[in-house]
Ligand binder design. Sequence first.
Ligand code: URP
Ligand code: ZN
Ligand code: ZN
Length: 473
Amino acid sequence: MTTTLIIGGTVVTPDGSARADVRISGEVIDEVGELAPRPGEKVVDASGLLVLPGGIDTHTHLELDCGPGLRTIDDWASGSRAALAGGTTMMIDFATQFHGQTPLEGLAAWHAMADGHAVSDYAFHLAFTEWKPEFADQFGALVEAGVTSAKMYMGYFGSMMVEDDQILAALRAAREAGIVVGFHCENGRIIAARVGEELAKGHTASYYHQHTRPEASEWEAANRLGFLAETADAGVYVVHVSSAGTLDVVEQFRARGVRYGAETCPQYLVADASEYGPEPAGGVADAASERHARQFMMSPPLREASNNDRLFRLLADGTLNFVGTDHCSFTLDDQKARATAFNQVANGAPGIELRLPLLWSYGVVPGRLTPERFVAVTSENAARYFGMFPRKGVIAAGSDADLVLFDPARVWTVRHDDLHDAGDYSQYEGRELTGKVRDVFLRGRQVVVDGEPLAELAPGQYIKRGRPDLTVR
Ligand code: URP
Ligand code: ZN
Ligand code: ZN
């Protein structure tokens, strides 16, 4: 068996950082400590670098069909290649049960798209676009298939929104089966009413997106979800938290004994609603302002800037538990350009490659996060919560050798031309970041060398997940 020795780096885990060498044997980590090279062994010099556990992105939407001409632009090949380039060795994507399908049909469709095409490792949450009582009959089969998490939408009235009684039924079935359900927490009815009001005034600019989806809509849904979870005695988590006030709600339910997890995304930590510009005269923006705003059209929307710092504090203190990207990429020049009003703009943004560098640059560099907390929220916590620990998320003997050699001091500027996704923009174009991925190993194979994924990459592996560990960390 060929072995590889990563020598001279600083290994970072949630418990501490220490100078240590890592020996890889086949697909797994063999030893961690002070190690001497063996004859014939491949040696990788990691002096001056951090050795991190491969990142786990808890929230992606690859090849998601959002309507005619609106399939997300990253397929499994391009999306997973971009993930690797950014130090994410595994993602959990949302296999979607579309209207009229069963959950298992949705899952089969996602396997057909990903298997043999993904170059990172991957798993699936099951996303429901509706709820029918008979879906509960398939929960056992989902668990057998390694799908131990699901998602429902409390927003998107008239399309994917589910009602409270349906949430309750789903939570009861999920608890029985050992599945944790994440929720898109926005009040779909408030939003539908507010969108109608703005459009009636002729306000079509993307500027209005934020005002039709107020923070209170997220708080209300998170609060309702807390009571529903308590009623069903089921663990839940809130996906893509955009507003710090939502975590006040989450904390109240945790104090009542509800097992309530929370995920946020880089965009809510490093960007704010000023990206939507000032209110345009007459409610219609000029072309350049509208184009800029559309890069950030996602739900929930960006918030007032004070949320950035508050969310970082809540990420540091354990209130927020893991960071996914909600990578849901549409082209700016085509897919996002088609809409004539804000409520039609293709909803979602890219981000899969920049999660680690953004969090390092805006989190660790200014002292908002320790390096140890950084690895907890980008890797280990997700592995634990979503039933993959200790195979994933940890640098220890016997675990998969998913490793990132990260240069914490490298200063670089985001240029979409240098990224690896299939889209046509980065909303962070021109930002100067500190901290960059140099090399990446996926189950022992080096897949990124000096920031560039290899031209030929072997298929990634579907990871069957076990029971979620709902302890929040
Ligand atoms: O804007 C977003 N987030 N689009 C993807 C679907 C979702 O709500 O996660
Ligand atoms: Zn969502
Ligand atoms: Zn999403």
